[in-house]
Design a protein around this ligand. Structure first.
Ligand code: SAH
Ligand code: F3S
Length: 466
């Protein structure tokens, strides 16, 4: 994948557009809108950190912003259309505020590149996920020289600047650390390899340093991130993800350790064993299966069979009986028959996931699935399957949540509740729990002992334990 930096002068984009903005009011506030996965969340945090270092502060009110960043996601459905329509809304704000800057970021921005500048004349710059670290210089170029920069592509890992010091950690409770970028798998439905580039692992030392930094900062929960997080390998030593997990879990101060997203085929027994060794490894695992039918898995190019997945789940549950599993599923994949779909329902019934993220298949540009010579599933049929899947999962999830009634957990306090006097948190198995805090609210990011009083379909109600 090439690394392209192109700039477009104002003259190419119409009168008044792209002129230097030096004599206009300084940038005081920025607004970031983030769609999609955890990598995007982290990229938004990185951009937030970089801007805050420059004294530009975040705002939650878009009309107060002098800089708007749209961090887009291209994984599903009409991604470009959605992004362009949002950019269209934002550019209207320029009528009253000519110095307002609008930046297009994330995976759709990576895909669209300079096309976006042509399509949205008021757009000020485009930054792909591989180039987030250049945000402030790109903003400068726009303001001082009138350049509308398009920064896409994926620089080599060694050139990449993670600038973790500048990171504004969202909510201040969860320390996320990217350990591997991009993806080399070729799942036939997925656009991620083309928007996030080839797989590149970060060196172990870098990762441990960043984790230490987060611990020093006061984080108790560390979450390791990557599209295929368990495929991480130290570029120098070849140490694998099981070794990394072990090293991080042993660091004093790591109260909870999580990681997302694991690729089933790459999940080794050594990785499974870590759940037995480390109590601070959260009993929660997101393990996308996509389908319960071998025929469909093959069409998807996933590289494993249902039996292997079941076996992995079995070994995980023997090792850690309280392990909660979640998954991703696609329904209506080309060629999926009613029988295939039933196999997916069977898998959901026997695996009993604490949460299922299910999506209707949507063809993505440049992927192989649309060219498979198999019959497409009519949209109404996909809708029906999705509803049937949600109905089944709804019952299972409610039952699992009810089974937790009466148990006490150390939960991580993550948010203010919607009702006065309440807060919400996450159990070690990553379930959302609401509780009343009593006299004094608890500090976000702290741990508290809470007993589950009621299991609801999508969350738990609990009570603080003295
Ligand atoms: N490795 C990443 C995959 C990112 S895509 C991860 O597991 O987080 C996230 C999920 O989106 C996938 O697991 C898949 O279930 C869904 N998805 C990806 N491409 C899709 C498509 N073309 N149509 C429908 N769902 C899709
Ligand atoms: Fe996508 Fe498959 Fe990689 S789902 S992110 S190509 S593992």
């Amino acid at each position: 994948m090439t690394h392209s930096l192109e700039t477009f002068q104002s003259s190419t984009t119409g009168p008044g557009r792209g002129l230097p903005l030096e004599n206009t009011p300084p940038l005081r506030r920025f607004y970031v809108e983030t769609w999609g996965c955890q990598m995007n969340d982290l990229d938004s945090q990185r951009m937030t950190g970089l801007l805050m270092e420059q004294g530009i502060l975040p705002t939650k009110a878009v009309q107060d912003a002098d800089l708007i960043l749209l961090n887009s996601c291209s994984v599903r459905e009409k991604a470009a259309q959605k992004a362009y329509s949002r950019l269209g809304e934002y550019r209207l704000l320029k009528r009253d505020k000519p110095h307002l800057l609008i930046g297009f970021c994330g995976c759709v921005a990576q895909q669209e590149g300079e096309k976006a500048l042509r399509r949205v004349p008021d757009l000020d710059f485009v930054i792909g996920p591989g180039r987030v670290g250049e945000l402030t210089s790109i903003v400068e170029q726009r303001r001082r020289q009138g350049r509308r920069v398009v920064a896409t592509g994926f620089p080599d890992a060694r050139e990449r600047n993670y600038e973790f010091d500048a990171l504004a950690r969202d909510g201040g409770y969860k320390g996320m650390v990217t350990i591997i970028e991009g993806c080399d798998k070729k799942c036939t439905f997925c656009i991620v390899p083309s928007t996030r580039g080839p797989e590149q692992s970060r060196p172990m030392d870098d990762i441990l340093e960043e984790v230490q930094h987060l611990l020093d900062y006061g984080f108790v929960e560390i979450e390791l991130l990557g599209q295929t997080v368990n495929h991480w390998k130290d570029p120098q030593t070849g140490d694998d993800f099981a070794i990394l997990l072990d090293r991080v879990a042993r660091m004093p101060g790591v109260r909870r350790l999580r990681f997302v997203t694991s690729y089933p085929r790459d999940f080794t027994q050594e990785m499974v064993d870590q759940f037995a060794v480390h109590e601070n490894l959260s009993p929660y695992l997101h393990l996308p299966v996509q389908s319960g039918s071998d025929r469909v898995l093959k069409l998807m190019g996933r590289g494993y069979q249902v039996e292997q997945y079941d076996d992995l789940v079995r070994r995980l549950r023997i090792t850690r009986p309280d392990l909660a599993l979640s998954t991703d599923l696609i329904v209506g994949f080309p060629g999926e028959t009613e029988q295939d779909f039933q196999a997916t329902l069977d898998l959901v019934s026997r695996t009993r996931y604490s949460q299922v993220y299910a999506f209707k298949y949507s063809p993505r540009p440049g992927t192989a699935a649309p060219r498979l010579r198999v019959p497409e599933v009519p949209p109404e049929e996909s809708d029906r399957r999705l509803q049937a899947l949600f109905a089944l999962q709804g019952v299972i999830q409610h039952e699992l949540n009810q089974e937790l009634e009466g148990r006490a957990y150390d939960i991580l306090v993550t948010q203010w509740g919607k009702k006065a006097g309440t807060q919400t948190g996450r159990t070690p198995c990553h379930r959302l729990i609401h509780f009343e805090y009593g006299d004094q609210p608890l500090e976000l990011g702290s741990l508290a002992r809470v007993r589950v009083e009621k299991g609801l379909p999508h969350s738990l109600l609990g009570r603080l334990v003295a």
